[in-house]
Ligand binder design. Sequence first.
Ligand SMILES: *Cc1c(COP(=O)(O)O)cnc(C)c1O
Length: 382
Amino acid sequence: MNRWTQITTFQASPGDPHRPNSTPIYQTATFGQPSVNSLGRYDYSRSGNPTRDVLESQLAKLEGVAHGFAFASGMAALSATSRVLSCGQHLVAGIDLYGGTHRLLSQILSRQGIEVSFVDTSDVSAVDKAIKPNTKLVLIETPSNPLQHIADIPKLANLAHQAGAWLAVDNTLLSPWLQQPAQLGADLVIHSATKHLGGHSDVSAGAVTTDDPDLARTLAFIQNAEGTALSPFDSWLLLRGLQTLPLRIERQQASAGHVAAFLASHPQVKRVHYPGLATHPGRDLHFSQASGAGSVISFETGNVQLSERILSALQLFTISVSFGSLHSLASLPCRMSHASIPVESRHVGEDLIRLSIGIEDPGDLIASLQTAIQRARLARSA
Ligand SMILES: *Cc1c(COP(=O)(O)O)cnc(C)c1O
């Protein structure tokens, strides 16, 4: 069966005699048991809930693996993943990571006696050098956010495995529709489902998927022990979003290609970061492991004030953190999503603008950018 069909059709409610076409929201914390000696499939929603179960099997299917876990946010998913490490162990992470991930690793894990090294994960030899005898996890984003550096998933998986470590890939930026890291050797794949998977800016959620039964047991234990699972209603919202994932991603990506080409040819734009452009240094590597370039573009203007004025003048883009929504969004990462990274550890220019392309008409989006850049430039010379 074609993957599109596989993803957009699923059993909404296994075992329900009424065969609903939309998964019911099992808004219950507890479940009655047949007797004290014969317990049912569900007893307590923190440990398991039918709505969440449908979602979790859908999440696993998206990444082509056996096990999926839904969390209250992307950070809860990353935090649960970090729990596979114990005190005294070492983690290698990328330098160009989501701001909240940097904060979790540098300010929380470090307090628990877990050592963290930040390296440029687009450089395989740098990761190799950073690996130590106690390294247990390598955590990467590819493309990274917002600079869109590409890391070699199969090579890093090999490196990690040779060292007796796991490779975890935060696949939020592309979504599983465009890249399936587990099929390339990753042991754990993480998502902020708040972004593409949800797709409608209406739910905060996170996901971890794995094909490894031991890691799956550990994650199920952590999810239950720490009580970080996604609620039934939010699971339902996420399930609804997932059904249109391919539709949204394809549309947003096609428009992003046009927007990136427009920006690359604009005299006021110094540099565009988008793996779909022929000039992107990691383009070939990217397309060897992903089927598309996605819908997030970042670009530099060379002037912070100019960037600020462009953002203020943009009509069709909402100034907002996040990406992957069906509405187009624009942000200044240094002031917003990446502000939690200390200036000295930041690798992102102050003038960098990040755009997330939505499902609007691409011609309108380009016209909006054209006008905003023009207005911002004129305001400077005025
Ligand atoms: C947003 C994001 C997160 C955090 O997810 P939340 O749902 O906001 O908690 C983690 N990783 C990446 C790459 C993100 O973009």
